[in-house]
Design a protein around this ligand. Structure first.
Ligand code: 5MM
Length: 341
């Protein structure tokens, strides 16, 4: 594959394909495994992720890239093949989560800033050598009637821009992920409040990217959808789709090749339906696809439940979700296809 940032970014948003976010940090993967009563050992984490990456149909037909955690980028499959090579053999690009997590922002109760810039240049050089061609950094923005503050938005946007510039300097495409949380506390905000905050955050992020001289053609945006809080869900599929597209058109330059959404705690089917509605009924200047973690993996995790005899069932569940989201990325998903499986 070409090593130009623009070409890598274009490959990451190939029509009908999207990104698998499998970069759960140690604490998050433990939480997921606790939910299925599986111990979070290095071997179990490897087995689980190998099962995903060896789901041939899903990977070759619907997954353009996989975001990995540091441990996984260095891990080998049971037969000794590096997991990165398993991923590459399917045609997908390997990527790496490089942020150090969201930490409390001093002086701003309830808000965080994502850390991890120190030493990032050196880590990127190493990750490139290990086969990563894109990276991800997530800034987490709290939302309520009074949050976020301008200071929290600014701090996170600035860090995202510095991270993105460092990635590009090292031949790595940055996924820029400013997440306004749907499932945070108190989670009772309206969709219009989410629209207002999402616009403000994206405007600030693109101003910072511009100031940091980040090439927009060589990056991917990973935003939340514009949606009401988890304790106030009333918006219809069309309302979420329309308001999300309205927000993105007002803030994201057309030179960005692609936008790959996070699922943010939506159910599997909601995340698929929203993406499909956006692609089906709007003229868009960028590719619009998925970069889901939970909404791609939840059914597979449950079907697998840590048992070798369930690997085929886990792969079927993952293949189904990947296929449904592949259809959604083309605006072609519907309930009939969902049920047919
Ligand atoms: C897969 O989870 C990613 C890493 O999360 P932690 O740093 O909390 O362990 C996460 O960044 C993920 O890529 C995004 O939140 C999108 O995942 P969802 O589940 O929201 O689609």
């Amino acid at each position: 594959m070409s090593e130009r940032l623009e070409d890598i970014a274009a490959a990451m948003v190939t029509p009908g394909k999207g990104i698998l976010a499998a970069d759960e940090s140690s604490g998050t993967i433990k939480k997921r495994f606790d939910g299925i009563n599986v111990a979070s050992t290095e071997e179990n984490r490897r087995d689980y992720r190998e099962m995903l990456f060896r789901t041939r149909e899903a990977m070759s037909d619907h997954i353009s890239g996989v975001i990995l955690f540091d441990e996984t980028l260095r891990q080998k499959a049971a037969d000794g093949t590096p997991l990165v090579d398993v991923i590459r053999s399917t045609g997908a690009v390997a990527g790496i989560k490089v942020d150090g997590g969201a930490k409390p922002l001093p002086g701003f109760a309830g808000e965080t800033v994502t850390e991890g810039l120190d030493g990032l240049r050196e880590r990127l050089v190493e990750y490139h050598g290990l086969g990563a061609r894109f990276a991800k950094w997530r800034g987490v923005i709290a939302i309520s009637g009074s949050l976020p503050t301008c200071s929290a938005i600014q701090a996170n946007a600035h860090a995202l821009a510095r991270y993105a510039a460092l990635c590009q300097e090292n031949g790595i495409v940055p996924i820029v992920e400013p997440e306004i949380t749907m499932d945070g506390v108190p989670g009772d905000h309206s969709i219009d409040r989410c629209l207002e905050v999402s616009e403000q955050v994206l405007r600030t992020v693109f101003a910072e990217l511009y100031d940091a001289r980040v090439s927009l053609e060589g990056m991917i945006l990973k935003p939340n959808m514009v949606i009401d809080g988890k304790n106030a869900r009333t918006a219809s599929v069309d309302e979420v789709a329309d308001k999300t597209v309205r927000c993105l058109k007002a803030t994201v330059p057309a030179s960005v090749p692609g936008i790959a959404f996070l699922s943010g705690g939506q159910s599997d089917e909601e995340a698929t339906a929203h993406l499909s509605a956006m692609n089906a009924s709007h003229d868009l200047p960028w590719q619009l696809t998925f970069s889901y973690g939970r909404a791609l993996q939840a059914a597979c995790l449950k079907a697998w439940s840590g048992k070798t005899e369930n690997v085929a069932a886990g792969q079927r569940a993952f293949a189904h979700r990947a296929r449904m989201n592949g259809l959604a990325a083309m605006g072609n998903w519907n309930q009939t296809q969902e049920q047919a499986a």
